[in-house]
Design a protein around this ligand. Structure first.
Ligand code: HEC
Length: 194
């Protein structure tokens, strides 16, 4: 249908142009009509474009169709099973998670940079809870306190993931899990004895 319409289209446009008085067909209007004609001509092309080979690329490829056996073997590592997702259903379970990163310089430096972005606004650079937002918000817990520093790594990890006991929001959506562990390393190392 579309192809037929495209075939009949050209003479039809010719007729329209013939009907118009010659002086109208000069200058801007002529260019305008040419542009419209081009646009219409391009619109008639999709039928041809659909016949081009690239539109079949995703269809004609080695794949496994429903109800067909056997399924091709899965390439190695396509679905990663390496590492742990660090899932913990509650704070107690989180406390038993093992921090996978030793608190070496690389980890602490990474944690420091992330802390500056995500935590210092409230908890302050020194962890005392005097960040600019912290001053106006509910007073944040002092991260240099024994109360926080005595916590298992997993407990602090849980706080960063899901939020605090009362009002601190969780940062699971903006801080990747590995970075949360690096922040824990930074907090514990940096704020000890401060
Ligand atoms: C929007 C302000 C805000 C930000 C940002 C914030 N916190 Fe908090 N945080 C608080 C407040 C307020 C509390 C105390 C109330 C609560 O526990 O919800 C708190 C409590 C805590 C606690 C103590 C929770 C407990 O077990 O009692 C820890 C640990 C903590 N924050 C660490 C962090 C770390 C690490 C970051 C950065 C990833 C961070 N916070 C970012 C406001 C914030």
């Amino acid at each position: 249908m579309k192809a037929e319409a495209a075939k009949t289209f050209k003479p039809a446009l010719g007729q329209v142009l013939e009907c118009l008085p010659p002086h109208i067909l000069s200058g801007g209007l002529k260019r305008g009509i040419t542009a419209i004609a081009c646009a219409l001509a391009i619109m008639s092309v999709p039928d041809n474009a659909a016949a081009m080979p690239w539109s079949w690329d995703l269809f004609n490829q080695p794949n496994h169709r429903a109800q067909k056996e056997p399924a091709p073997p899965q390439p190695e590592g396509a679905v990663t099973t390496a590492g742990k997702p660090y899932y913990a259903k509650d704070r107690d379970a989180a406390a038993r998670l093992k921090n996978p990163f030793p608190a070496d310089n690389t980890s602490v430096e990474r944690g420091k940079a992330r802390y500056a972005i995500f935590c210092a606004t409230c908890h302050g650079d020194g962890g005392k809870g005097d960040g600019l937002v912290g001053q106006k918000y509910v007073a944040p817990t002092d991260l240099t306190s024994d109360y926080v520093l005595a916590k298992p790594d997993g407990d602090i990890f849980f706080t960063i993931t899901n939020g605090g006991l009362a009002i601190m929001p969780g940062y699971a959506d903006s801080v990747p899990a590995d970075d949360r562990w690096h922040i824990v390393n930074y907090v514990k190392k940096e704020f000890k004895g401060k």
